[in-house]
Write a protein that binds this ligand. Structure first.
Ligand code: NIG
Ligand code: FE
Length: 411
């Protein structure tokens, strides 16, 4: 099956030899071809060029993209897409003045979602999660990471990861899974965090690994959740099962968790709303990708990750949604890209790099995703007719997507 896209107003993020990531000043460059064509063959990108070289191939389908932009699908490297029910009531409580932390202290928050999930049958959890996955695919996401962490018992954590794996089997989108058993201390272990740490290390980790349910391990390193010491213990244990860390850190407080993550060769450190100079120094020279989650900041009215500062320090930056029922009930990467421009002062070029190439890196998919490169996955967004690519973040409330192709399949 060959599909030829012709008369593309501008083909974005075209890289003949794509780097694994872009950092610092290089993030300001977004390579494009104006008046372009793109050939997709099966599930792969076969070739591309400008219209004066359009091939006279025998193709199964030709799509005229006059006036439209084509870009690689978004790479959302941080989500909690598998969850049960919602936390609409806590949203209203926050409007009325309670803080996210106060709600958690009263037994709401992650523990509340865990109770709901534990009581939800696996098929129902799959049904609710599949609806969200279909929604984000239509919004242009072509690769996604999904975490556990709303189970908090061995059985419920495994249930979440099985659901994520089943989604991976049934949908064309690429899915990477992360074990986040260390998301909160469950009520049964209140006052006995070490007991829960033992359960995580001695029972959950070995089961997740032996059933091959996750590629990555995560921990919420934060006051009232897991300490830097807990983080060291969990990540050391996880390393013996070859689980690579991607951690929640510096959302509310800077405890030194970023340096801990770097020390354990974390693929990414995520959130970073609160960031010290020591944190930035810890990231310098490392292979760890800082990941910002601006729609979480938006929803919780907390500070935005100082993305400008990270990029100006020569570091890379990825953008992700954090889609979850508590802090970010949205999986819309288009909104994330716009918010990064509007609130974090990223340029459109930087934001698009952060949401494609660098997002792919943050879930170990740079060789197959994140750019228009021969041999990479046939994953593209075709926009509606728009004046320029800067219009994507500018018109932040409009749905500017005309069509999405994932793994060569048009949705
Ligand atoms: O990434 N901060 C920790 N975990 C999630 C939110 C969890 C929740 O409130 O349910 C996050 O924001
Ligand atoms: Fe998260």
């Amino acid at each position: 099956m060959k599909v030829l896209l012709t008369h593309i107003k501008e083909l974005l993020q075209v890289r003949d030899a794509a780097p694994n990531l872009v950092s610092g000043k290089d993030m300001a460059t977004l390579p494009t071809i104006k008046n372009a064509w793109l050939l997709l063959e099966g599930d792969r990108i076969a070739d591309y060029g400008s219209m004066d070289t359009v091939p006279q191939h025998d193709v199964s389908e030709t799509i005229d993209c006059s006036g439209k932009m084509v870009l690689p699908t978004w790479c959302d490297s941080h989500t909690h897409l598998v969850y049960a029910g919602n936390r609409e009531q806590e949203f209203v409580d926050r409007i009325k003045g309670l803080s996210y932390q106060e709600i958690a202290q009263k037994g709401g928050g992650i523990v509340n979602s865990a109770k709901k999930l534990q009581n939800t049958p696996e098929e129902e959890l799959y049904r609710q999660s599949a609806a969200r996955l279909e929604e984000v695919m239509r919004l242009g996401t072509g690769a996604i990471e999904i975490k556990s962490g709303y189970g908090l018992t061995t059985e419920a954590e495994l249930k979440m990861l099985r659901v994520a794996k089943k989604l991976a089997e049934n949908y064309p989108i690429s899915v990477r899974t992360t074990f986040l058993g260390a998301h909160a201390i469950p009520s049964e272990y209140k006052g006995n965090k070490n007991g829960y740490m033992d359960l995580l290390c001695n029972e959950m980790l070995p089961k997740v690994a032996s059933e091959n349910l996750a590629e990555y391990v995560d921990v919420f390193c934060e006051e009232g959740y897991f300490s830097v010491e807990d983080t060291h213990r969990l990540l050391s244990e996880a390393a013996s099962y070859h689980l690579i860390p991607k951690i929640h850190v510096n959302q509310f407080t800077a405890l030194g968790g970023i340096a801990a993550g770097v020390q354990h060769n974390a693929l990414s450190v995520d959130h970073l709303e609160v960031l010290t100079d020591a944190d930035i120094a810890a990231l310098q020279g490392s292979k760890t990708m800082p990941v910002a989650l601006p729609s979480c900041s938006y929803f919780l009215s907390i500070p935005y990750t100082p993305g400008r500062k990270l990029i100006d320090a020569g570091l890379p930056l990825a953008l992700a949604t954090d889609y979850n029922p508590g802090s970010t009930p949205s999986g819309n990467m288009n909104f994330v890209v716009a918010t990064a421009c509007i609130k974090m002062k990223l340029t459109p070029e930087e934001a698009i790099n952060a949401a494609t190439l660098n997002g792919a890196y943050a879930m170990g998919l740079s060789s197959s995703h994140g750019s228009i490169t021969k041999g990479k996955k046939a994953n593209v967004i075709i926009t509606k007719e728009i004046p320029s690519y800067g219009y994507l973040p500018y018109a932040f409330g409009s749905n500017l997507i005309d069509a999405v192709i994932i793994n060569g399949e048009q949705l």
